[in-house]
Design a protein around this ligand. Sequence first.
Ligand code: PLP
Length: 371
Amino acid sequence: MIHSFNPPARTLMGPGPADVHPRVLAALARPTIGHLDPAFVAMMDELKTLLRGAFRTDNALTMPVSAPGSAGMEICFVNLVEPGDTVVVCINGVFGSRMKENVERAGATAVMVEGTWGRAVDPEQVERTLAAHPEARILAFVHAETSTGACSDAQALAEIARRHDCLTICDAVTSLGGSPLEVDAWGLDAVYSGSQKCLSCTPGLAPVTFSERALDKVRARTTKVNSWFLDLNLIMGYWSGEQKRSYHHTAPVNALYALHESLVMLAEEGIEQAWARHAHHHQALRAGLEALGLELIVPEAERLPQLNAVAVPAGIDEAEVRTRLLARYNLELGAGLGSLAGKVWRIGLMGYSSRPENILLCLGALGTELG
Ligand code: PLP
């Protein structure tokens, strides 16, 4: 007989999901109401306001997509890219290659800016590529590369894109709530994120925001968006504040209570205080790792505070260490991906996981297991 599932109590210090705050878990358990109930609709309006605060934007179209971060990526590409378009895509880790895949599946040409894993995207390389491709209308890049722990200069990249008459698609899955992200001040156009990282929420929702310039491009399309579920024209009918809500899909009601609660908590803390907390705890972890003789692979000026990629010392079986950490300490660290597989541990300090007790547990456990 199969019984109810009771997950073990883990401490999540990998690349996400991060630890979910108990207030968020409590919000999930509140009674489900109809997704067109006036009380729910009022909560959705608050959710949009809270998201605008987190993204630092006044964009009217700011909402959570009812699916994980990957759907946030897809909603940007399927709506903004048309067959025959040219899109410049920066790759400096795993997630840039997914963008390329999205561009090609939209029937467009991806011109790649090939960077180094573990480094930020090079703005000069982007400048040169855009100059060589005046037909390009979109620049796509990952702000916070979760696969390596490198942070790219989204402000500089947006400025270069504007000079070349390009819109930007920015992956902020790991940056939102964890390190500075200024959608309006930096002039970003289409930005997507995920609920499960620095927002301390459960996985499965993708906050997104679109500038008016981005929406103009969507409105000017000559071809139908190649996805019914992610067609912004249809989704706006449900999430738009101005008109009467029309049924599009059944919203994940309780998951949205959870995101609302996590954003209330972020607003209580203050977004700048949240960035400062992540930066402060990163410094504490870094100091401890260095004391253990471990090194971060990303140069200091390009490091993300919320994702720390640590070089595995020679002669150590990294997977075996992670298995022991999980079994003995209930502690989850992340493995390396792609070209970094087997070479790094990824230590996340995201959202509710970015706490002093987690840092002490991680350093104590690693110190003991590495001898
Ligand atoms: N982009 C980045 C930078 C990510 O780190 C992730 C997930 O880790 C994604 C996109 C995809 O998000 P999800 O796994 O929620 O679909």
